[in-house]
Structures are given as C-alpha cells and as structure tokens.
Design a binder for this molecule. Sequence first.
Ligand code: DOR
Ligand code: ZN
Length: 345
Amino acid sequence: MTDRLTIRRPDDWHVHLRDGAMLQAVAGHTARQFGRAIVMPNLTPPVTSVAAAEAYRGRIMAALGEGVDFTPLMTCYLTDDADPAEIAAGHAAGVFTACKLYPAHATTNSAHGVTDIRRLTGVLETLQRIGMPLLIHGEVTDKAIDIFDREAVFVERVLTPLTRDYPGLRIVLEHITTAEAAAFVAEADHPIAATITPQHLLINRNAIFDGGLRPHAYCLPVLKRETHRLAVRRAAVSGSPRFFLGTDSAPHVVGAKESGCGCAGIFNAPFALEAYLRVFDEEGALDRFEGFASEHGARFYGRPLNEGTVTLVRDAVAVPDRIGTGETAVVPFMAGETIGWRFDG
Ligand code: DOR
Ligand code: ZN
C-alpha cells in the first residue's frame, strides 16, 4: 500500500478567494497547497475591467504577504455589455487569463451575468480568435426546469449549439456534476475540458438532507444523485486530459449558510488535496492523481507545469468543526470527519 505520495505542485483551476476580511482569512489555505489558481470574479461589484482585476490581484498578493510563491490567475466576469476590446487588451497584457460566463441569476453574485448568450457574439468571436478560454457555469436559469436537471439541459440547449457555432472556442465547463456533462466533455470533437470539485466526487444529494437540512452541503450546481457522482468520479480518475482539479472552494460566513435562505457554496480549501486524494485512493487510481491535479489543467491553459513538489502522507486527519471567528467564521467541507491523508507540504 502506498503511504506517501509526492507529486508535482498542483494548481486549483477554479476558486473563490472573496475580498476584504474573508480574503485575508482564506487566501493562505489555497496558496499553501497550490502553485496557481484561477480566481473567480463574482465579487460585489463583479470584476469586469482590467483595472479591477489588477487591483484585485494586488489585494490577493497583499493578503498572502511577502515571500509566498503563488500566482493568482485573474478572470473577467462577462455581462451583456462586455467589451471585446477590453477583454483582448487585458489578455494581451497578461491580466485576464480567461472569461467567466455566469448565466444571469444562476448562482451567488450572478445578477450581472449574461441574460442571453446571443448577446455575446462579439466577445465569443474575440475569445475564439485570440485563444482565450471561456469558463462556463453550465446551468440554465429557467425556473420551469427542475434544479437537478439544469446542468443536463444546459449541455443540450446551450453548450451543444455553442460548440457548433464556435468550433475553435476553448471552453472549460466548470464544476461538472452529471453523467451528461462528463460524457459531453469526454467525447466532444472540440477544445473543451471540465473542472471537478471534491464535493461532487465525495457526496451525493442525500448529504443535503441527512437527518435534517444541511446547509453546508449546499452548493451550485447542486449535488446530484449517486449515479451522477459515480460518472463524475469515473471521469476524474479516467486519466483523460480533459478533466482536472478545480475546487470551487466558496466560503460564506456561517450565519449566511445557516439561515432561512442559506447561500450556495462549500469551503473546501483547507483540506482540498487530502479530499481529492481520498477519491483517487478509493478508486485505486493513485497513479492518475498527478495528471488530474498538476498536469491536465496547465496543459489546457497552455501554461508550463509547476516546479517543485508536494507530499501527502497516509494519516488520520480530523477536519475541525469551524475555522475562523466573527465575520470570517466558516464551516469547512467534511467538518468533524476524518480524512485518511495529511498534506505534508
Ligand atoms: O456554490 C456555489 N458558490 N456555486 C457558485 O457557482 C458560486 C459560489 C459562490 O460564489 O459562493
Ligand atoms: Zn465557483
């Protein structure tokens, strides 16, 4: 049995680092494990300009302090009025790595998102031309569609025509949760990839209702039934370069989760690698972990692989019930549980 695993330093290709006090509290957890991270732009107000992204990047580096080896890769939040020239200029200047498409009202801070993808014709043509990735929150927002079906319907109604209309557009379907999304990404004759979170690999929708309503298991896209979890697991450990690590770590202060209308988001950054490694271990796929965590994403984004390594050791690690106090008190993913791996730096 392998009790110690050393891999090339990994990256997190989808994370919410927030701002202000929460940024100060959470940024170090991501920087401790990962070399780079794709930072989501859904702040209030959202990050829509090059200047806002540069300023936000500066706040992230300031929160981490001197001497921390971590690179935040910034994204541009797309609105109906997104300006292709601003996006291209930000990309050329090395500020914007990618654009993020939130369908309006799909999730947290998406009120300024895109009401109809046809509004984005100029942006999508530009992204395709300059090779800049489009990152997609892949859920329809039609209230008539059952919440558990919104991703599969998005694949059929929006993603399928999008890949047909823009055959060269580089797409990352973020945080996939369904067999339909996994199959589409695996099989499409298109430059497309997907990120996968630890929660969608480890728990299914029963976790939201386990003996009572469990707000800390609520995220979007919402957890699905077991057959989907198993399909997403198979994709993650398949070795396909189209699937890679993206935690979607999304902290909300405990009171905003434990509420009459609790926020969507699971804070998994403190034990992210340990949680993913548990999955690869259970699947007998430890040899595929490095590809998923440290290689596939970098290759899709056309970036060099990180130098340096991290080591994980088989050990009983207890996840605390709570991390932080006051306005940064958060309940981490797997709170109160024991993970069978320890991050050893
Ligand atoms: O659960 C989620 N939380 N899903 C998202 O898409 C956004 C995120 C957040 O920002 O809290
Ligand atoms: Zn997210």
